[in-house]
Every structure is written in structure tokens, then in C-alpha cells.
Ligand binder design. Structure first.
Ligand code: ATP
Length: 201
């Protein structure tokens, strides 16, 4: 079974992913793939340099993420042009990793699953990690030096909580859950979905 795991910034996707690994799933992290593609020597870098020029390439040959973020915020077409380069490469790499994955459960960690549209058809279930925006902001500020304004700017670019919920087949509640409760939710769902899979559902 292929599961698309999604949720907004700081909702707890990485934390939940680790419990899926414990449940025997293979987790494929599309953000990590995007970072590899745009690291020094990454497969996306020649096209990125050709499209955006040397200003967007850092001294070590990787994508200058801070400049790209600024440009993408200021210019929606730049964001689309970057995505047009990255998305097909991310799609190909995730499919390659999925084809090589052992076991019966594959979890794709896709932060923008709801926003991108194309992921729905690639997975059997959409699983949402859900919490309030206030909690997202608090978690991101606690784990990094981001300002409240910076987190809010990202939140406003992402789908709303309601829109995500409307797309989800199941929801992991991560508002007040302890890590033990989070783990239990994942292990219960893994058992249920394995059972459904064995019945061909
Ligand atoms: P992003 O999309 O921004 O990478 P994410 O959705 O993967 O974020 P995590 O990195 O898993 O989110 O969680 C954000 C932060 O909140 C982390 O520091 C994580 O340890 C913490 N966190 C998440 N859920 C819980 C929880 N239930 N209890 C305690 N800490 C949590």
C-alpha cells in the first residue's frame, strides 16, 4: 500500500514518519530528495543555473536557498519555473525509490501533497498530520530561529487546515498528543491498513 503523508510546516510529519519506520514501512522523504537534487552536483542544478542564472547558485555549486525563497515569495512565476524543473525529477526519483523498497507499506512524506494535486493519484491513502496553526507556529519557532512573521508567511502560502482535512483518508491528531500517543495512532493505523490491504481494499 502507498500512503501519502502530509501536513503543514511543523505539524509533525517527520516525527510521525519515524513511527511508520517502526511499523515496518519504507519512508520516502520528498523534501530530502528535493534537497539532494539541488545540492552541489545535484541533477537539477544545470537546469536551475540555465533558468535563473549564476545569482541563484551559491559558491559551492548548490542552489542558494535563501535567495530562491526571496525570489519565489516576490515572483510567483519564479516559483512555478523552479517547480517545473524539480517536480518531474522528484517524481522520477520517488518512483525509483518506491520500486526498490522492500515490504508492503510505502509512506511518501509530501509536505505539499494537497497543494500539488498530482500526488493524489499516486497513493492509495492520504494521511494528514493535523494540528492548529498556533501549534505549528510555536513548534517551528522552538526548533529554529524563525520569526513568527516568517512562519506565518509560509503558512499563508500553504493549504488551509480545512482544505487538507477534506483531502485526507485519515487524520493523525497532533495537537496535544504525547509522543507515545502519536506512536500508538500510527501503529493502530498501520495494523488497520495492512488488514485492509490483505482484503484487497
Ligand atoms: P516541516 O514540514 O517543517 O519539516 P514536520 O511536519 O516534519 O515539519 P516535525 O519536524 O516532525 O514536523 O515537528 C516539528 C517540531 O515539533 C519538531 O521539533 C518535533 O520534535 C516537535 N513535535 C512534533 N510533534 C510533537 C509532539 N507530539 N510532542 C512533542 N514535540 C513534537
Amino acid at each position: 500500500m502507498r500512503i501519502g503523508l502530509t501536513g503543514g510546516i511543523g505539524s509533525g510529519k517527520s516525527t510521525v514518519s519515524a513511527f511508520w519506520v517502526e511499523a515496518g514501512a519504507t519512508v520516502i522523504d520528498t523534501d530530502a530528495i528535493a534537497r539532494q537534487l539541488s545540492a552541489a552536483g545535484g541533477a537539477a542544478m544545470p537546469a536551475i543555473a540555465a533558468e535563473f542564472g549564476p545569482e541563484l547558485v551559491a559558491a559551492d555549486g548548490s542552489l542558494d536557498r535563501a535567495r530562491m525563497r526571496e525570489l519565489a515569495f516576490a515572483d510567483a512565476s519564479a516559483k512555478r519555473r523552479l517547480e517545473a524543473i524539480l517536480h518531474p525529477l522528484i517524481g522520477a526519483e520517488t518512483q525509483a525509490q518506491a520500486a526498490a523498497a522492500p515490504g508492503d507499506l510505502i509512506v511518501f512524506d509530501v509536505p505539499l501533497l494537497v497543494e500539488s494535486g498530482r500526488w493524489r493519484a499516486r497513493v492509495d491513502r492520504v494521511l494528514l498530520v493535523d494540528c492548529s496553526e498556533a501549534t505549528q507556529i510555536r513548534r517551528v519557532m522552538e526548533r529554529s530561529a524563525w520569526s513568527r512573521e516568517a512562519v506565518e508567511a509560509v503558512l499563508h502560502q500553504q493549504a488551509s487546515r480545512e482544505r487538507r482535512r477534506a483531502c485526507a483518508d485519515a487524520v493523525i491528531a497532533n495537537e496535544q498528543a504525547s509522543l507515545a500517543q502519536l506512536r500508538e495512532q500510527v501503529l493502530t493505523l498501520a495494523r488497520l491498513w495492512r488488514k485492509e490491504q490483505s482484503r484487497g481494499l
